[in-house]
Write a protein that binds this ligand. Structure first.
Ligand SMILES: [Zn+2]
Length: 288
């Protein structure tokens, strides 16, 4: 998917398989996706079809997702977020841009090379829409399940619903080499390119991978002590996704603290007990 065929890892093959077996693609922000879940699954009475009839609830099972870099515009990377939901047992891919620079030509090209679901409407309509037209996806699923769909899939889908191959699922307590993981997954300070040190990311919104920084270069993306508060340690799982700030497994936290910062001259993230107030967070010389 991202790598050349000869260099595909188990993780690449996992996501290639998912892309190949995707039934429908929806362009939707996370809020739109949440609203669709609410209207079509959780409170289905809110959902009316185009004739004004109340729609039946669909089953909605969210699967894991991934943020990937699909190309570059000059030096700026273009990244998109992918997440899958089994809607009535059929794999639907939701995507949205996830980088500061967005290029729809690049994104279109990437989809045409990596994910082209069979058409619906007896092969006349592209299986791709936006959140506003989610009803197209519902009709396609209904068509498919009614056996009218012309695509060659055999139901039920042999869709990889579990998480991608992971080492830390099985080895949650084992130490691992975070620097190596960062290097292997191209997770680095987007200013100096180093992956062998502690990295920081913004939180409270989409992760902008191009804003990942070491502590030496953090001021390029945030200024002043207050803004630094919106940055937290970047600790990636083995798929390259950032662990949620409050859900990082202990061995991953240990791996983070095992790395050096780029510099001790700039504020850095202190572990529990490192600051005089005992709370983990940015170093603060007035507390030291
Ligand atoms: Zn740096």
């Amino acid at each position: 998917m991202v790598a050349h065929p000869g260099e595909m890892t188990a993780r690449d093959r996992f996501y290639s398989d998912r892309l190949e077996k995707t039934f429908f693609i929806i362009e939707a922000t996370s809020f739109e996706q949440h609203t669709l879940w609410q209207n079509h699954h959780y409170y289905p009475t809110l959902s009316l079809d185009y004739r004004g009839f109340r729609e039946e609830s669909v089953s909605w099972d969210s699967l894991s997702g991934i943020i990937i870099t699909i190309g570059h515009l000059g030096e700026k990377l273009v990244a998109i977020s992918l997440s899958w939901v089994m809607v009535n047992g059929v794999p639907v891919l939701f995507w949205c841009p996830s980088s500061k620079v967005v290029c729809y030509d690049l994104i279109e090209k990437w989809f045409s090379e990596n994910c082209v679901p069979e058409r619906w409407g007896n092969g006349t309509r592209r299986s791709y829409t936006d959140a506003n037209n989610f009803s197209h996806c519902r009709i396609a699923i209904k068509e498919y399940k009614d056996g009218e769909h012309s695509n060659p899939y055999k139901y039920p889908f042999d869709f990889p619903i579990h998480s991608p191959p992971k080492e830390i699922d099985l080895k949650d307590l084992e130490a691992f080499d975070l620097a190596k993981r960062q290097k292997d997954l191209d997770v680095c300070c987007r200013s100096c390119g180093r992956s062998d040190i502690r990295l920081y990311r913004s939180y409270g919104g989409f992760r902008r991978t191009e804003e990942d920084r070491c502590n030496e270069h953090l001021e390029e993306v945030c200024s002043g002590e207050d803004f630094r508060g919106w940055y937290v340690p970047l600790i990636v799982d083995d798929a390259g996704n950032a662990w949620g700030y409050t859900s990082v497994p202990q061995n991953a936290i240990d791996a983070f603290y095992g790395l050096e910062d780029f510099t001790q001259e700039k504020p850095y993230w202190c572990g529990p007990g490192e600051r005089s107030d005992g709370i983990s967070g940015w170093s603060n010389r007035s507390l030291a």
